[in-house]
Design a protein around this ligand. Structure first.
Ligand code: G1P
Length: 304
């Protein structure tokens, strides 16, 4: 079985839900506590054994790649006493420059199309996909959980979470049955024997009455390279875009597909409310900020 060595991170979107900020700054670079959101998901990939990061960017979003590049002049200017913390942060991002490459999506034709742009960079091997709007906290990296599922089953898989039925229309939703097959390395996770799903259907943003279940797909996937052939065959779907979920359906029919209910807490940092909540939740758990946050919220809010 080939190892999962590469991750594709689509970061080509217009960021409509985060306007007006995203008009001038790629939303992936907005700070989430001490580093840009994209750096959080890159760290998740590296902690999961991924070696190469393939960013899919659109024209005008070159700054996302620049964030991971060396800036000798800036580092030089930070070589003075009192700037150690800043220097370390700049170096930490630049240390990744050998691992990060980018490909271009020239036109906004959808998430599926964005992933297809990485076909050559991925080549003929299994690979992971992380959607950077979804930041997942947890003791075991989310994409690492899916890599374990892939290694055990040999099949493509997607991260899942349970949502209230009325919210299913905001997500890709699967239908299927749980499988109690154990996944080596994940036995320690709570309810591990109820997390694996053998997927039998998938729908992108279904109407509530059509949703095959209330198990929603979150932005974590591992694919066999055959997904690229499926993407090439996928006609435009919802929103007149090439939808990743539609091509996953084709892959399911030819090669099978698993879902895994991710152990961890997923934050949607892709709109204003979600972004704010992500910041607050992470700050409330950060050892350095926890006390200050608690006092601030106790004084000015109800603290929840
Ligand atoms: C995308 C996917 C959807 C998935 C969601 C998770 O939708 O198309 O299947 O459930 O991410 O965050 P988007 O949020 O880009 O509309």
């Amino acid at each position: 079985m080939q190892r999962v060595r590469k991750v594709v991170i689509p970061a080509a979107g217009l960021g409509t839900r985060l306007l007006p900020h995203s008009k001038a700054v790629p939303k992936e670079l907005l700070p989430v506590l001490d580093k840009p959101g994209i750096h959080h998901v890159v760290d998740e990939a590296l902690q999961s054994g991924i070696e190469q990061i393939i960013l899919v960017l659109s024209p005008g979003k070159e700054a996302v790649l620049r964030y991971f590049q060396r800036d000798a002049e800036l580092e030089q200017s930070l070589l003075s006493p009192g700037k150690e913390r800043e220097l370390e942060a700049v170096r930490r991002a630049a240390a990744l420059h050998d691992s990060v490459i980018s490909v271009l999506q020239e036109k906004p034709l959808g998430l599926g199309h964005a992933v297809l742009m990485a076909k050559q960079a991925v080549g003929n091997e299994p690979f992971a996909v992380i959607l950077p709007d979804d930041i997942v906290e947890g003791e075991f990296p989310a994409i690492g959980q899916l890599i374990r599922v892939f290694e055990e089953t040999g099949k493509s898989c997607a991260g899942l979470m349970e949502v209230p039925r009325e919210e299913t229309r905001r997500y890709g939703v699967i239908g299927g049955a749980t499988s109690s097959r154990p996944i080596p390395g994940l036995e320690k996770l709570r309810h591990h024997h109820e997390r694996l799903y053998e997927v039998s259907a998938m729908m992108e943003k279904p109407r509530v009455e059509d949703a095959p279940s209330n198990m929603a797909i979150i932005g974590r996937y591992v694919f066999l390279p055959e997904i690229f052939t499926c993407l090439e065959r996928t006609p435009r779907g919802a929103g007149n875009e090439i939808q990743l979920t539609d091509s996953m359906h084709l892959l399911l029919e030819s090669h099978g597909f698993f879902g895994w209910e991710i152990h961890g807490h997923r934050h949607d940092a892709g709109d204003h409310r979600g972004y704010l909540k992500t910041q607050l939740r992470l700050a409330a758990r950060d050892p350095e900020l926890r006390e200050e946050m608690r006092r601030l919220l106790a004084r000015h809010g109800d603290g929840t």
